[in-house]
Design a binder for this molecule. Structure first.
Ligand SMILES: C[S@@+](CC[C@H](N)C(=O)[O-])C[C@H]1O[C@@H](n2cnc3c(N)ncnc32)[C@H](O)[C@@H]1O
Length: 238
């Protein structure tokens, strides 16, 4: 099987995984069930979530036209929707979009949802800010430069980019998941009912991500919290 075909197969399975996982997705963020790694880990997780929330809250996003990629159930959409002049949210899963809408309630009136594959979809407009949380790790190595270049083209010059993802910390994922070795990018994920899916999971070093962003015209600083999160904050160069 060629690398392209193999790649496309995993990316389709990754979409299927998130469609099937949608109703149990928040257990990961809330540290419930298979994601409960004990009291101390949970306390550290939420303290670090707060740290990231404060960074996002301090960004100049109020009144801006924001694009959120892969918004999922809306954990971060909720942080953005009231601040944005308008929010556009693009996700391949109709199940995720439905849960996102439900979480936002009336506030979803300020959101345009688009069901699309991010490896194909491109916006016809530029945004003041592009945000993607827990998405960049799911972009294959062979497609990362193309993805970051697309982000740059969807931003106005001087526009803001913010992304967030997981650090390689084994207690971040479920008890029955094994993180990929450093030379691998495919991992097996399980649902509560035991079904298994192959997905992409990459862990980038901060300097490498900064350099790849720089090459496509994004000046980004990548930071890490003590255990769990890596986030990037930056702008499109003029
Ligand atoms: C790890 S979740 C992140 C959700 C949310 N941003 C968060 O932080 O909780 C990944 C999201 O990417 C979506 N997704 C997976 N493959 C996709 C693709 N090819 N195009 C668009 N969305 C995709 C999934 O449906 C899911 O909502």
């Amino acid at each position: 099987m060629s690398a392209d075909v193999e790649d496309a197969k995993v990316l389709l399975e990754q979409i299927e995984y998130y469609r099937a996982r949608a109703t149990e997705y928040d257990d990961w963020f809330l540290r419930l069930g298979r994601y409960d790694r004990g009291e101390d880990a949970t306390r550290r997780w939420f303290a670090q979530v707060e740290e990231v929330r404060r960074v996002l809250a301090a960004l100049a996003l109020d009144g801006k036209n924001i694009l959120e990629l892969a918004p999922g159930t809306g954990i971060w959409t909720e942080e953005l929707c009231d601040r944005a002049a308008h929010l556009t949210a693009v996700d391949a899963s109709s199940e995720m979009i439905a849960l996102n809408r439900e979480r936002l309630g009336e506030r979803a009136e300020n959101v345009t949802y688009i069901e699309a594959d991010l490896f194909e979809w491109r916006s016809t407009q530029e945004f003041d800010a592009v945000v993607f949380c827990f998405w960049i790790s799911h972009v294959p190595l062979r497609r990362i430069d193309e993805f970051l270049a697309a982000v740059a083209t969807m931003l106005v010059p001087g526009g803001t980019v913010f992304f967030l993802d997981a650090r390689k910390e084994h207690t971040s994922t479920a008890k029955d998941h094994v993180l990929p070795a450093s030379d691998e990018e495919v991992m097996t994920r399980r649902l509560d009912d035991g079904r298994e899916f192959a997905i992409i999971k990459n862990f980038w070093s901060a300097p490498e991500l900064e350099e790849r962003c720089r090459r496509v015209g994004l000046e980004v600083h990548v930071h890490e919290t003590a255990d769990y999160f890596q986030y990037g904050v930056g702008t499109r160069l003029e």
